[in-house]
Design a protein around this ligand. Structure first.
Ligand code: UDP
Ligand code: MG
Length: 314
């Protein structure tokens, strides 16, 4: 029988997990697939793991995986994908913002031959206009800066076929911008439009500082245009400086040179100093990335892994 595993990264989600399990179990009952759910506890500080274990005791289709500490969603997701061996894997958040009921439609598209089926949000209930606006701006910038057509308004909620996951597993970079990696893999992809619900319980782990860093992550992981930008800004200011120098010389030769010009000198020095620091910062951003990769650390560490109890019947 074809199998399906749903990977659910969760960090401090104990309040919502039981409801999540209730809804996902109902979805499973309606599918003629060998269904599993794999909860990944990303080093939660509340009793998320205890709740997961009680769910596993109650339902043989539940597997649990616990990381040694909080590694962040992207790595929790990677750990989950590495441990899911089904023919198709669905990735979904634990907070019920993405309706599990959509999985049926995902499966249908997968059976039609698509390797990746992702959910595209038509609306985002319970989110502020600032968040929506910044998110649109982010996708615009990404589209300009990279060659990757990263689908807009698309989170990590998606189904992937075995070969798409195997391809994804080959990308072992440490700083993982999953949306970019999913797109990089390619294969026939399609989307299903849905309405995103507000969180069932608990709070979002994202604040603007984290989102900003996430955006930088995305850009620096998939584009070296900022580096080239530094070069162009450098060339541009050098040309301006050259023209300005000719003018200064000509003026001094024609009219003599009474000592003046402290303000303009100051402005030029500070401006160029600022540009240089900015360019250094950009280089540093990429250098830091190379440094992290060079250390070759494992992506995550496992504390415990409990695969689902039932034996698979093929
Ligand atoms: N999450 C995680 N590790 C983290 C932060 C979040 O595994 O360090 C999980 C979280 O439990 C949820 C999903 O990632 O299932 C999405 O997180 P959240 O709802 O905070 O993000 P948002 O929906 O606001 O983008
Ligand atoms: Mg959420």
């Amino acid at each position: 029988m074809t199998s399906l595993t749903v990977v659910v990264p969760a960090y401090n989600e104990s309040d919502g997990l039981r409801e999540f399990q209730r809804r996902i179990a109902a979805v499973f009952d309606g599918l003629d697939l060998d269904c599993r759910v794999l909860y990944v506890d990303d080093g939660s500080r509340d009793d998320t793991y205890a709740v997961m274990e009680s769910l596993r005791a109650a339902d043989p289709r539940v597997s649990t995986l616990r990381l040694s500490r909080n590694f962040g969603k992207e790595l929790a997701l990677t750990a989950g994908l590495d441990h899911a061996d089904a023919d198709a894997v669905v990735v979904i958040d634990a907070d019920l913002q993405d309706p599990p009921e959509l999985i049926g439609q995902f499966v249908q598209k997968w059976r039609e031959g698509f390797d990746v089926v992702y959910g595209t949000r038509a609306s985002r209930a319970g989110e502020t206009w600032i968040k929506k606006w910044t998110s649109t701006a982010f996708y615009r910038v990404m589209e300009r800066m990279t060659d990757l057509p990263i689908p807009r308004d698309t989170g990590d909620f998606r189904l992937m076929s075995r070969r798409a996951i195997d391809a994804l597993k080959l990308l072992r970079e440490r700083q993982r911008f999953m949306k970019g990696l999913f797109t990089w893999v390619g294969f026939p992809q399609t989307s299903i439009v849905y309405d995103r619900d507000p969180r069932f319980a608990g709070d979002s782990k994202w604040n603007y500082w984290r989102l900003w860093n996430f955006a930088l992550e995305g850009i620096t992981s998939f584009s070296s245009i900022p580096l080239r930008l530094a070069t162009y800004v450098g060339i541009f200011s050098a040309v301006i400086a050259f023209v300005f120098a000719i003018w200064v010389f000509a003026k001094a030769l024609l009219f003599g040179d009474p000592v003046r010009g402290y303000p303009s000198l100051m402005v030029v020095v500070l401006f160029l100093g600022g540009l240089q620091l900015m360019a250094l910062g950009m280089i540093g951003e990429y250098l830091g990335r190379t440094y992290v990769e060079a250390k070759q650390r494992p992506l995550y560490l496992i504390d415990r892994f409990h695969p689902a109890q039932t034996v698979r019947v093929d």
